[in-house]
Design a protein around this ligand. Structure first.
Ligand code: C2E
Ligand code: MG
Ligand code: MG
Length: 608
């Protein structure tokens, strides 16, 4: 883009220089011409004076033939523009008539000179000379007039040229500038301004003192990526265009809206009660009307907002609305999140957590907790899930939900995931879990899976502790598998071939359909605890669980259910042929040492 801009500037300089070079050329040419006219005026005067002098000499018996030759040449040069005086030819008709008549009179003067030299009276020469003088005088004036006229015409032409060319240049420049502005400030897909233009337009709008209560909103489509991958990118594009149209309408001014990134929209609007509900309804209606797929009811938005009060920098406004939007996204709530001071405090706390995370990883303040998994039929412990806890300070003990989403958002989660992998491998080795066919599952975030050297780092850690893949199960949340790219699917296939078990965690919380399972390299389906914890819909839930379990079994996939808290739930799972269970009925996640003394101290496989 910058390169393009530089090219355009060079182009402009070339055109502007060319205009001036031509202008200077015209000026030089006119100067040259005027010098030529001045010379002709000068020599016309010489004709007048030299003829008088010659006649005077003839009359006083001082004949001067050289002067006659000189005047012959001069008149010829003035007439034709050719000769030793280097005079230009003047194409004015009046002038040409005058010089021709003077040349005729000059011939008469020369005849009269010959007569005088032969002794005739000088009277006729006198009158001829008077006449000739007046003609010569007239010719000088004619040349002067012609020269002035030419100069005037040139000046007019020059000014005309300058006005025209500079005018044309300005129009062209404006046109190019508009084109450049479009590239720099307009989002090409939606046709509405981009964030940079939005900032400029909002500043301009706010400068016109307003008495309205204004707000800046930022929103995006929930699970846009999922929609894109499920329905195709053309649906994504058409959603963006439909939304842009609505946003343009509801903004306080058509240019006070923007699209940035994939599906982030911004707008400046006049605040009113339930503004975001009103906008959301318009968006859904537009999608319902214009979208080729019947998906309006599946679409929701996350809104963040900032109420503008007092003088505030645009950057600050955008930062605040971003912060509010980020919170709206992480809360996954339907309501708008308005910026308030606590969000900044939250941001500072989050930043502090990230900083402390690095230190605490080194100091091993992240602890390995384990929760047993059991065989539903026998209630025998068959493995465990590794879960992290953070000893944040002497008195503060943090659970994953208070830091994992943050680490995922900032991309730091992979450091923790590899740390937990290392702790788990060390645990497996120390307690010889391999020999007991005891599998430990470990949670990997999507961010971790997408790390470039994920596979390499995974095997470095396994090799370091001499642990085989068959001792480990990799848990990936259902939300992570939506829209998995092909390379990641190949990676999972490869890991499975190496001996890892792959399981889909929290199944039932996302959008994936059971049919997706057949296309993924999966060994175990882990049904989210929400199913068993939902006490209102027990009958329905039982039916759904039964269905999920039978479909999974038909695909050769084992099923484990989370959140088993009561014996009744365990019995239900048994009746539904669920393979494994995990929950407080057997044990909460416990510290690695407690896990060892409770489940591993006895030889052989741990039993409840
Ligand atoms: P998850 O992998 O689905 O883990 C199961 C969660 O359910 C655990 O919460 C566990 O304590 C809880 N749970 C187990 N049994 C019961 C029960 O009977 N009733 C109820 N109400 N809850 C039960 P926890 O340990 O707080 O972990 C929360 C989530 O944090 C995990 O969900 C997992 O997604 C994530 N997580 C934990 N450790 C790690 C980690 O090392 N890396 C990554 N990426 N994520 C982790
Ligand atoms: Mg898990
Ligand atoms: Mg889970």
């Amino acid at each position: 883009m910058l390169n393009d801009h530089n090219k355009k500037s060079t182009h402009n300089i070339i055109i502007f220089s060319a205009i001036w070079i031509v202008a200077i050329g015209i000026l030089m040419f006119s100067l040259y011409q005027n010098l030529g006219y001045a010379k002709v005026i000068n020599y016309s005067g010489v004709v007048r004076g030299a003829t008088q002098r010659l006649i005077k000499k003839e009359l006083t018996n001082h004949p001067d033939d050289d002067m006659i030759v000189y005047l012959d040449d001069l008149l010829e040069n003035l007439h034709t523009g050719q000769g030793s005086f280097n005079l230009i030819k003047i194409d004015d008709e009046n002038y040409q008539n005058q010089i021709q008549s003077m040349m005729i009179k000059w011939e008469e003067i020369k005849t009269e000179i010959k007569n005088i030299r032969a002794g005739e009276s000088p009277d006729r020469l006198f009158s001829l000379s008077e006449n000739y003088f007046e003609d010569a005088d007239r010719m000088v004036h004619t040349v002067e007039k012609y020269s002035n006229l030419q100069l005037k015409q040139l000046i007019i032409f020059f000014l005309f040229y300058l006005v025209l060319s500079i005018g044309a240049f300005i129009i062209w420049y404006r046109f190019k500038q508009d084109e450049l502005n479009k590239v720099l400030y307009i989002d090409s897909l939606s046709g509405i301004p981009n964030l940079t233009a939005f900032e400029l337009n909002v500043v301009a709008y706010l400068e016109k003192k307003q008495d309205k209560e204004l707000v800046v909103l930022c929103f995006d489509i929930d699970d846009f990526k999922f929609l894109n991958t499920s329905y195709g990118y053309s649906l994504g594009d058409s959603l963006i265009k439909i939304i842009a149209k609505v946003v343009k309408k509801v903004a306080v001014q058509r240019d006070c809206c923007a699209r940035s990134g994939a599906d982030n929209f911004y707008l400046l609007a006049e605040n009113c009660k339930d503004l975001y509900v009103h906008i959301g309804t318009q968006l859904i209606e537009a999608i319902q009307k214009e979208c080729e797929f019947d998906i309006a009811s599946d679409i929701s938005f996350s809104f963040g907002g900032f109420k503008i009060q007092g003088d505030i920098e645009i950057r600050e406004i955008i930062d605040r609305v971003h912060l509010a939007h980020k919170n709206a996204k992480s809360m996954k709530s339907d309501a708008i999140v308005w910026y308030d001071h606590t969000l900044t405090v939250q941001l500072l706390e989050d930043n502090m957590k990230i900083k402390q995370m690095h230190r605490d990883l080194k100091e091993e303040k992240f602890l390995l907790y384990l929760q047993p998994k059991f065989d539903v039929a026998t209630q025998e412990i068959i493995g465990a899930e590794a879960l992290v806890r953070w000893q944040f300070s002497k008195d503060v003990f943090l659970y994953p939900d208070s830091f994992i989403p943050l680490f995922e958002l900032t991309g730091n989660i992979f450091e923790l995931d590899f740390y937990m992998l290392e702790k788990t491998c060390a645990y497996i080795k120390t307690h010889h879990l391999e020999q007991n066919d005891f599998k430990v599952s470990i949670n990997f975030s999507r961010v971790t899976l997408y790390r470039k050297n994920f596979r390499e780092q995974l095997f470095i850690i396994l090799d370091k502790y001499d642990v085989r893949p068959t001792s480990l199960e990799i848990e990936i949340t259902e939300n992570s598998i939506n829209g998995l790219s092909d390379p990641i699917i190949y990676l999972l296939q490869d890991l499975r071939q190496q001996g890892f078990l792959i399981s889909i965690d929290d199944f039932g919380t996302g959008y994936s359909s059971l049919s997706l399972l057949s296309s993924l390299p999966v060994d175990i389906l882990k049904i989210d605890k929400a199913f068993l914890l939902d006490k209102h819909n027990e009958k329905n839930i039982q039916d759904i669980l039964g269905l999920i379990i039978s479909v999974a079994h038909s695909l050769n996939i084992k099923v484990i259910c989370e959140g088993v808290e009561t014996q009744e739930q365990a019995s239900l799972l048994k009746a539904l042929s669920c393979d494994y269970g995990q929950g407080y009925l057997i044990s909460k996640p416990i510290d690695e040492n407690d896990f060892e003394s409770k489940y591993l101290a006895r030889k052989g496989r741990a039993v409840r």
